[in-house]
Design a protein. Structure first.
Length: 262
C-alpha cells in the first residue's frame, strides 16, 4: 500500500514540474467563420469565397482527419527587427502609382490558387496553418477549427459554410491594391500571383480587422494588438523586398517607428 501511494505522489510531482507531458488538448466547440475574402471592389483586401452551404456538394461529407491544437503560425515568435530595418533601408522610396485599372482577379489571379502544387488551395493551406483544433474533410478542406486572430487576440470558432464564411478572413499583409500602386504593375503576372498566395503575406484574421484595414499600408493601419505589430511590419518589409516593391515616405517612416520599438 505504501509503495502504491509513493508511486502516485511521484507521478504528481513529475507533472507539477513539467517532466511529464500534459494531456492532449480537446477540440473546442464548432462555431462560425471560414477564411474567405469577400469582395473584389478596389480599396478592399478581400476576394470571393468558395464555401458552399451544408448539405450541398463540398460540405456534406463527414469530417476527416483532425489536427492537434497548437499555437498559430501568426502567433509564433516575431521577426528580427534589426534585419527588417536593414532590408527596409534598401527599398526604393517614392509616391504611389495610379490605381487606375486595378482588378484583383485579372492582376493577381483568382482567389485562391494552388501555386505550391500541393493539391490544396491557398485558403485551406492558411486555415490549416493558422487555426488550431482543425477538422478536415479529406487532405485539404478545413471544416472547423479555432482562430486566435493575431490582429486583436480575439478567439473565433470556425465552421466552414456559406453563411459563416466572412467571420474569419485571409488578410494580405501587403494589401494587393497597395502592391499594385507600389510596383506590382511592373512585375510579371506569375510574380503577382505568387505574391497573392505567398504564405509570408497571408494571415487568417478576424473579419473586422480585415474590413477596417482595406488596402491600408503601415502609415494608415496597424493591428490593434500592439505586441503583433513588429511581426506584421516585418512581414510587410520581407514581402516588399521579395517582389521588388517600393514604400512611400509615410509608409517607410511608420515602419521605422514600429521596428525601432521592437
Amino acid at each position: 500500500m505504501l509503495f502504491v501511494l509513493g508511486l502516485a505522489v511521484a507521478g504528481f510531482v513529475l507533472h507539477a514540474v513539467g517532466l511529464l507531458p500534459p494531456a492532449t488538448a480537446e477540440h473546442g466547440p464548432s462555431g462560425t467563420g471560414t477564411a474567405a475574402d469577400t469582395s473584389t471592389t478596389p480599396g478592399t483586401e478581400t476576394a470571393p469565397g468558395t464555401d458552399t452551404a451544408p448539405g450541398t456538394t463540398g460540405t456534406d461529407a463527414a469530417p476527416g482527419a483532425t489536427g492537434a491544437a497548437g499555437p498559430s503560425h501568426a502567433s509564433s515568435p516575431g521577426v528580427d527587427a534589426a534585419a527588417s530595418l536593414r532590408t527596409l533601408a534598401t527599398l526604393p522610396v517614392k509616391g504611389k502609382a495610379p490605381a487606375t485599372g486595378y482588378d484583383r482577379s485579372a492582376d493577381f489571379g483568382t482567389a485562391w490558387l494552388d501555386v505550391d502544387h500541393n493539391g490544396c488551395d491557398t485558403r485551406n493551406d492558411v486555415l490549416a496553418r493558422d487555426l488550431t483544433a482543425v477538422v478536415r474533410r479529406g487532405p485539404c478542406t478545413v471544416l472547423t477549427g479555432r482562430l486566435v486572430s493575431p490582429y486583436t487576440g480575439q478567439t473565433i470558432a470556425f465552421t466552414r459554410g456559406r453563411a459563416t464564411s466572412t467571420e474569419v478572413q485571409i488578410d494580405h499583409v501587403v494589401a494587393l491594391e497597395n502592391a499594385w500602386v507600389t510596383g506590382a504593375q511592373g512585375v510579371s503576372q506569375s510574380s503577382r500571383e505568387a505574391l497573392a498566395n505567398d504564405p509570408d503575406n497571408l494571415f487568417a484574421v478576424d473579419q473586422h480587422s480585415n474590413a477596417q484595414k482595406r488596402s491600408g499600408d503601415a502609415a494608415t493601419w496597424l493591428p490593434a494588438a500592439k505586441e503583433f505589430r513588429c511581426t506584421y511590419v516585418g512581414h510587410q518589409v520581407t514581402v516588399k523586398a521579395r517582389y521588388h516593391l517600393w514604400v512611400t515616405p509615410a509608409e517607410r517612416d511608420a515602419m521605422v517607428r514600429v521596428l525601432d520599438r521592437c
